[in-house]
Design a protein around this ligand. Structure first.
Ligand SMILES: Nc1ncnc2c1ncn2[C@@H]1O[C@H](COP(=O)(O)OP(=O)(O)OP(=O)(O)O)[C@@H](O)[C@H]1O
Ligand SMILES: [Mg+2]
Ligand SMILES: [Zn+2]
Length: 248
């Protein structure tokens, strides 16, 4: 697509703004728009979730309203408050939607470099670097996961951990924690105990596994220390969309 030259700055990316003490050079609007586009691109949001914002997140129950409020507050207070979030809940209640909406807002409002990462893909990508003909090295795969200011780690526990996975993920999470980098997690798995009893009827993953079974006690404990837990309940929104006749 042919690029058009900005009519405000004629492509210089600077404009003069009149102030009481005379004209001052300021970054043009187009510079910030371009910067935003680059950050969105680098965030690697999956196509299916690109549309997800706070604005189009519907509040069908109290847990939706609470989760939305917490997500908005997280963006508002970031980076002064640097505790992450863990969205827990059954399938299709909007956990990934809200996590992506956080990326949108952090980029738009605060120019924060973010990165979306699916737990299973991450494990698969790290493992694939061990094959002799891998085009990427392990450190290349891990670079954005370590370095981006805010990481969304989607579907935590979606792949049962082995000792190797547990160690690797702990290493990543701990590295981020030690460097005061924030991580937002989503997970279908909850912990055994009261919460699990309360939410059994909410169509959590039909399995006897709890989060600790899936990711191990050390990682679970570290995540609890790093994050505020946000439980979302409700019906599977995907089924609702299907019933309304929309197609994915
Ligand atoms: N409250 C909501 N308002 C608007 N759209 C929603 C809401 N909840 C879910 N959706 C939409 O439904 C689809 C599924 O939601 P999403 O993937 O966020 O669910 P999830 O909780 O992450 O599910 P899973 O546990 O399977 O990953 C998405 O297209 C999302 O945009
Ligand atoms: Mg999800
Ligand atoms: Zn311009």
């Amino acid at each position: 697509m042919a690029e058009t030259t900005c009519s405000l700055c004629q492509g210089t990316e600077w404009v003069l703004e009149e102030t009481d003490s005379g004209a001052v050079a300021k970054r043009c609007k187009c510079f910030h728009e371009r910067e935003n586009e680059i950050l969105f691109d680098q965030a690697q949001i999956p196509k299916r979730y690109k549309h997800c914002t706070f604005k189009n997140f519907e509040e069908h129950n109290d847990s939706h309203s609470d989760a939305l409020k917490i997500a908005k507050k997280f963006v508002k207070n970031y980076p002064v408050q640097d505790i992450g979030l863990l969205f827990q809940g059954p399938c299709g209640v909007g956990k990934t939607h809200l996590a992506v909406a956080i990326i949108h807002e952090l980029i738009k409002k605060k120019n924060i470099p973010c990165y979306f990462c699916d737990f299973r893909n991450l494990i698969r990508n790290i493992q694939s670097t061990y094959t002799p003909d891998s085009p990427l090295t392990e450190s290349e795969v891990l670079e954005p996961v370590f370095q981006k200011e805010v990481l969304i780690l989607d579907e935590l526990g979606a792949k049962r951990t082995t000792a190797w996975v547990e160690e690797t993920v702990f290493y990543i999470i701990n590295h981020r924690y030690n460097n005061k980098k924030v991580t937002v997690f989503t997970s279908n798995y909850i912990d055994s105990g009261e919460a699990e009893e309360d939410m059994r009827d909410q169509r959590f993953k039909r399995t006897d596994d709890s989060l600790v079974d899936r990711i191990g006690v050390r990682l679970r404990s570290r995540i609890y220390e790093m994050c505020k837990i946000v439980e979302i309940a409700g019906d599977d929104y995907r089924r609702k969309i299907k019933q309304a006749g929309y197609r994915f």
